[in-house]
Design a protein around this ligand. Structure first.
Ligand SMILES: [Zn+2]
Length: 150
């Protein structure tokens, strides 16, 4: 049986190493590497111009495979917020309560991001940035999207 704990519940419980969600595809891995390096870049379709997030192997609009990675300014509008009290993924369960929000970027991409302490309320303008998170449970470092005042 796999899961958070490696031993039956009748014996001592020892946590096992956990990693954040796996990127799953080459495009997802490319996005994760950029975010971990602190670079907010998204795929832009060279055929139709659509910006897409999350990363995919094809353009979600025209199915072209001609996708370029381009730096984004991250400007958009905060739509809604919530507080995560129990992260669904074991990799994040050691963290305190976190505020997250839904942001509609000016490029018509919608993202979910952590909210920094100075992030304005919903319906206000925000900027998302990519921040490196060296505290990943596997020690490898990961990228986080964070919304802040523009
Ligand atoms: Zn396209």
């Amino acid at each position: 049986m796999s899961g958070v704990y490696s031993k039956p519940v009748s014996g001592p419980i020892e946590p096992v190493a956990m990693t954040p969600p796996q990127p799953g595809s080459p495009a997802g891995q490319a996005l994760s590497a950029r975010l971990a390096a602190g670079r907010l870049e998204m795929q832009v379709c060279t055929a139709c111009g659509r910006v897409q997030y999350p990363a995919r192997e094809l353009c979600a609009s025209c199915l072209s495979t001609d996708l370029d990675w381009r730096a984004q300014d991250g400007l958009g509008t905060l739509i809604a917020t919530t507080v995560v009290r129990r992260p669904y993924d074991p990799a994040f369960q050691s963290r305190p309560l976190v505020r997250i929000g839904l942001i509609r970027l000016d490029t018509e991409v919608t993202v979910i991001a952590f909210l920094d302490e100075h992030c304005p309320p919903p319906r206000e303008r925000v900027r998302i940035v990519a921040l490196s998170d060296p505290a990943g449970s596997d020690g490898a470092g990961h990228g986080l999207l964070v919304a802040q005042a523009p």
